[in-house]
Ligand binder design. Structure first.
Ligand code: SF4
Length: 357
């Protein structure tokens, strides 16, 4: 705040971490920075992941002062970090500005690391099997709040000589309901002056919001698409995913076939195996029929119990039987081990636990 001739001028600081390159350039040129400064500053923020202007060592002190008078770099605070004893899964519970809690999950497999990030705090879609659905929807995460999850974990891995390989938007929230911020954060991570991550290493997972699948199709992006399917019977799917009432399977399938026709990309289908609900032999045969026209990979995920929900995990025999039916019918499938059960690694579980304490 400056006082000039007794007039009070309040300068609203801009969140610099959430600005795409073009916008950052526009803002910095207004403040008489040079074009090469824009590249340097973007590099500090998104390549070196530096969160303190004072450490921007190739920027003059005068310009660093201008930066801190006009911009801020938001903070992310780690509240909890749980490391699974059973497998290579780690869970991070973060606090954002305004006391908003979000989760990210790091999954290691054969020296490759995938980060599952949140796109929203809470979720309004109310899927029956999901811990996040038991919280109220708080907000769409802004670009910097999505990026900070990546940067925090990337720095953590870098200290151990490792790095992130893939990012999946399968944490808290429906990423397509925060479409622009999700896509813009991917653009920043993809930037050659940032992390230079290939878009092919990102996957956005949707519950099946048809208009957004169409919008995503129009983008013709290299980003991968995953769909939470969980049943190919409208009555059953609507029971666990209310979104199915608005966008039933027929419409979902049509939009996905159009997506595949345009992008030629394989679709991942997530299918949570819930005991006595969606994993009989007949369910497996129906699933193969539904998927016959797709080039796809089905990820079978044994249900990860959530406190307060009455669903159960099917037996290993039932899981294997379901899996084998898909393979015999030429459907690419994987049967996932339930990861991180000891650290409540399913979407939203850690936050729910903390709120219960
Ligand atoms: S599964 Fe995903 S879309 Fe459904 S309630 Fe949970 S976070 Fe929302």
């Amino acid at each position: 705040m400056y006082i000039i001739n007794m007039k009070v001028i309040i300068i609203e600081k801009l969140n610099i971490s959430g600005l795409k390159y073009d916008t950052l350039e526009k803002e910095l040129l207004k403040l008489n920075f040079k074009k090469y400064n824009v590249k340097q500053i973007f590099n500090w923020l998104h390549n070196k992941m530096e969160d303190n202007f004072d450490n921007f060592s190739n920027i003059s002190k005068e310009n660093r002062n201008i930066l801190s008078k006009n911009f801020f770099i938001p903070e992310i605070t780690l509240l909890d970090h749980l490391i699974s004893e059973n497998d290579n899964t780690e869970k991070f519970l973060f606090k954002l500005q305004g006391n908003v809690l979000i989760e990210s999950v790091l999954i290691g497999h054969k020296n490759r690391y995938t980060l599952c990030v949140s796109s929203q705090a809470g979720c309004a879609l109310g899927c029956e099997f999901c811990a996040t659905a038991t919280m109220k929807f708080e907000k769409n995460l802004d670009i910097s709040e999505i990026l900070m999850q990546f940067y925090y974990v990337q720095k953590y891995l870098n200290q151990k000589g490792n790095k992130l390989d893939n990012v999946v938007f399968m944490g808290m929230g429906e990423p397509f309901l925060n479409f622009d911020n999700v896509m813009d954060s991917i653009d920043i991570l993809n930037s050659i002056d940032g992390q230079n991550c290939s878009k092919r290493n990102f996957t956005v997972s949707t519950s099946g919001l048809v208009p957004y699948i169409e919008k995503f199709t129009d983008l013709d992006s290299q980003v991968n698409l995953a769909v939470s399917l969980h049943s190919v019977n409208d009555e059953y799917r609507s029971k666990i995913m209310p979104v199915n009432k608005k966008y039933p399977l027929k419409d979902l399938k049509k939009s996905l076939l159009a997506y595949q026709k345009k992008t030629k990309k394989r679709i991942s289908f997530e299918y949570i195996l819930i005991d006595d609900f969606n994993c009989s032999k007949n369910d497996a045969f129906e699933l193969t029929k539904f998927l016959r026209e797709f080039s796809c990979l089905v990820n079978l995920i044994p249900y990860n119990p959530v406190a307060g929900k009455s669903y159960a995990t099917p037996s290993k025999t039932r899981q294997q039987e379901f899996y084998r039916i898909l393979l015999k019918n030429n459907i690419n499938a994987t049967l996932r081990e339930t990861k991180g059960q000891d650290i409540a690694a399913a979407c939203g579980q850690l936050k729910v636990k903390r709120e219960l304490i």
